[in-house]
Design a protein around this ligand. Structure first.
Ligand code: GLA
Length: 739
């Protein structure tokens, strides 16, 4: 079992071949953090590390002690992991070690997304119970270590075992005290259509981090943080990653104190949270995942990818190749008829597309974004035979059929709002803020979730639907619920998320064959919480291929490419006006779950031919593109080129994207990754994509894995660029045998 407990020294050691995490019960009974990093021998205990955790083993200085789950008010002046308010108004607590349990496997969390274990022996769990006798509070800290991955899942449960109600004011999922601050912090920031921009900053004294108070995780930030040593890069060096399995208001932050130690915390944003714990009640925080690597950021990302791809995503789509889809949104927006959709679908079928998705505009009287959300019945002006009739006609063409919904929303102009104006979130006596002309349904109320489940289930059951795109196009304002007592209004945001997860749980259980794709105006809720229900997500409303290089690179830090909805759209691009060659647009979209978002009836015969060959190529390598190990080979900044690689057992594909042409630049040596240095590989260029003759001469043919990784491909060798901006090349690298 990769968790040991040394009774005499009161030391827990969670370990595997690539990670050690050591917790020590200090002489005061508080629980200290002794070590988190590269693996240490499991059969020894570590008195020196423990002493370092507590300052002095006999008289610990709380202001510098490294705590496992720091409390407030007794001498540790850094940010606490939790704050509890007692009935007398005080907020002082001092929980101490009470008991622990070690067991194989990993428990689920009621109502919340979580990683799971599937095989015997793949994960072990430590439950560490702390108690604060005066308040009657019990805190259970859960740690699950995965046998084959340098990763630990953490969360906390608060239980009121006293006689009076308690109020939780803060409850982090993870708190980790690191002994130094010699790190650089990476997070991803952005905005609508500009998600996942990588931001790197030094970790200096003070507070650093990201948070959301919008009710969704947001375009602006993501529930994720990465710390890397200053010299670490994609292919080497030490790094720690932290990711929160949550889709609502969150905090992911680091505090560096005057002794240069760093306290990392992830959890529900305490600025918009409180929770009343009645006698006998308990509260579970969302789960956070910590991953570690000594081998660079690519490896760290791959740890997250493999956990999220195969131990977070659930259901029949987890390991299945995802269909190539056509989404009509940029092709028609709200302006379509059944005839138009069928014409589009017929061409899509010819091109090799497998799934036709009808986006917004099919219900109520929705000719623009000003009305009808909540009225989930087909608009027979546009669709005379309804969703069922359309879906049957599409499936008769040999395509699958998918549908867009936005179930958490209500338009002011809708029948639903006429009937239930009180179902929209809003604070008493105040006007509601409209965003995109819509309000948010109060998903913290069970009767509203029940109603939405019933109407959406009816639509899905009425037709041969195999895919649902679940959108969420605005954030929450005027947070307040008519369903909550005044002393429970602080619970609203979290209860909203519990309602959304409950709806997802019921719909995914009722329709297990459906592939769900989540969306929030693009990547406004692209987070691990959603991935537990929807295996893929629409990464951004920005479909410009150059922009996508940056967005997909940022997303790849933590999210597997099987989860990225990645579409080829028309030119001039609708978001940037840029005109880029079809082959380049396809090469960027191949890395992910490929789709098209255009009107195929407007394609020229040449374009149709091109797309047909592109789709055939993608399908031939789909498993590698969607599920292969992903490597960032060159970053999108500075703006000269980006390069990625995906590798499965049999083959790798490397994409090289030259951005802005510049004459007389030295050639690029693109070093591949993850190959076997002892094997020979046959390297070929994807001919349909276009290529530089020199690039073909220098690189194609039989090459050693050592040569490809240590010397690299030799690219862009002409010295005088004549191919213009945005020129891409794809290399296919197949294993052949020993050198
Ligand atoms: C959001 C989505 C788009 C599209 C529109 C429809 O913006 O991100 O892909 O579905 O809504 O209104």
């Amino acid at each position: 079992m990769p968790i040991s407990f040394d009774q005499e020294n009161k030391e827990f050691h969670l370990y595997n071949s690539s990670l050690s995490y050591i917790i020590k019960v200090l002489c005061t009974g508080s629980v200290g953090q002794a070590y988190c990093g590269a693996p240490l021998a499991p059969y020894r205990f570590h008195p020196f590390l423990a002493a370092a955790a507590s300052g002095d083993a006999f008289q610990p200085d709380k202001s510098t002690t490294r705590f496992e789950y720091p409390a407030f008010g007794t001498g540790d002046y850094r940010t606490p992991a939790f704050v509890l308010q007692l009935p007398d108004g005080s907020t002082v607590t001092e929980p101490v070690y009470h008991s622990h349990a070690l067991y194989a496997g990993k428990p689920a969390i009621p109502g919340l997304p979580a990683l799971y274990a599937e095989r015997t022996g793949e994960a072990d769990t430590l439950e560490l119970t702390l108690s604060d006798a005066p308040s009657g509070l019990r805190i259970i800290l859960y740690y699950t270590i995965f046998a084959d991955l340098p990763a630990i899942a953490r969360r906390s449960r608060f239980a009121n075992e006293g006689n009076e109600p308690l109020f939780l004011r803060k409850a982090m999922s993870l708190s980790l005290d690191l002994p130094d601050s010699d790190w650089r912090m990476i997070s991803v920031a952005g905005a609508w259509a500009r998600e996942f921009q990588i931001i790197e900053s030094p970790l200096v004294f003070g507070f650093h981090g990201v948070k959301s108070c919008k009710g969704n995780s947001g375009h602006q930030q993501n529930p994720f943080l990465l710390l890397k040593r200053p010299t670490a890069g994609d292919c080497s060096g030490e790094a720690l990653g932290f990711s929160l399995l949550y889709s609502g208001n969150f905090t992911a932050a680091v505090e560096v104190d005057s002794c240069s130690s760093s306290r990392v915390q992830l959890g529900v944003n305490d600025e918009t949270f409180s929770w009343k714990l009645e006698k006998g009640a308990s509260f579970d925080t969302p789960e956070a995942v910590l991953a570690y690597s000594r081998n660079g950021l690519n490896h760290l990302s791959q740890v997250f990818h493999s956990l999220y791809q195969s131990r977070l995503v659930r259901g029949m789509w987890r390991d299945k190749e995802r269909p190539v889809l056509l989404n009509n949104w940029e092709g028609t927006y709200f302006n379509f008829t059944e005839r138009k959709l069928l014409d589009m679908a017929a061409v899509a079928k010819e091109l090799g597309i497998e799934l036709f998705v009808l986006d917004d505009g099919w219900f109520g009287r929705r000719d623009s974004d000003t009305s009808s959300l909540g009225d989930w019945f087909a608009d027979t002006r546009k669709l005379p035979s309804g969703i069922a009739g359309l879906a049957e006609k599409i499936t008769a063409l040999g395509l699958q059929f998918g549908l867009w919904i936005e179930p958490e929303m209500i338009s002011k102009k809708s029948r639903l709002f006429e009937q239930h104006p009180d179902w929209a979130v809003g604070a008493p006596g105040r006007s509601r803020t409209e965003q995109r002309h819509q309000y948010v349904l109060d998903m913290s109320r069970r009767e509203i979730v029940d109603y939405i489940f019933t109407v959406i289930a009816k639509v899905i059951a009425s037709a041969p639907i195999s895919y649902i795109k679940w959108d969420m196009n605005r954030s929450i304002t005027e947070p307040f619920s008519l369903g909550l007592a005044p002393d429970r209004q602080g619970e609203f945001f979290h209860r909203y998320m519990l309602g959304v997860y409950n709806l997802y749980e019921r719909l995914t259980k009722a329709f297990p064959h459906i592939l769900f794709e989540s969306c929030a105006s693009g990547g406004g809720r692209f987070d691990p919480g959603m991935l537990a229900f929807a295996p893929q997500a629409w990464l951004s409303d920005n479909t410009d291929a150059v922009e996508r290089l940056r967005i997909q690179s940022g997303a790849s830090l933590v999210y597997p490419q099987s989860s990225w909805g990645s579409h080829v759209s028309a030119v001039p691009n609708h978001q940037t006006g840029r005109k880029i060659a079809l082959s380049f647009r396809a090469m960027a979209a191949f890395f992910g779950a490929l789709g098209f978002e255009l009107d195929p009836t407007e394609l020229s015969p040449e374009e149709k031919q091109q797309i047909m060959t592109y789709i055939a190529f993608y399908k031939a390598h789909r498993k590698t593109f969607q599920y292969g190990r992903f490597f960032r080979l060159a970053s999108p900044d500075p703006a000269f080129y980006t390069a990625w690689q995906v590798s499965s057992e049999e083959e790798s594909v490397a994409g090289f994207y030259k951005l802005l042409a510049q004459p007389n630049r030295p050639p690029v040596r693109l070093r591949l990754a993850g190959l076997d240095p002892e094997l020979l590989y046959s390297v070929s260029l994807w001919e349909e994509g276009g290529f530089e003759a020199n690039d073909k001469t220098y690189n194609c043919g039989l090459r050693g894995g050592d040569e490809l990784m240590y010397a690299g491909l030799l690219l862009d060798t002409t010295y005088v660029t004549k191919r213009g901006d945005f020129f891409g090349e794809l290399f296919i690298i197949k294993k052949t045998g020993a050198q």
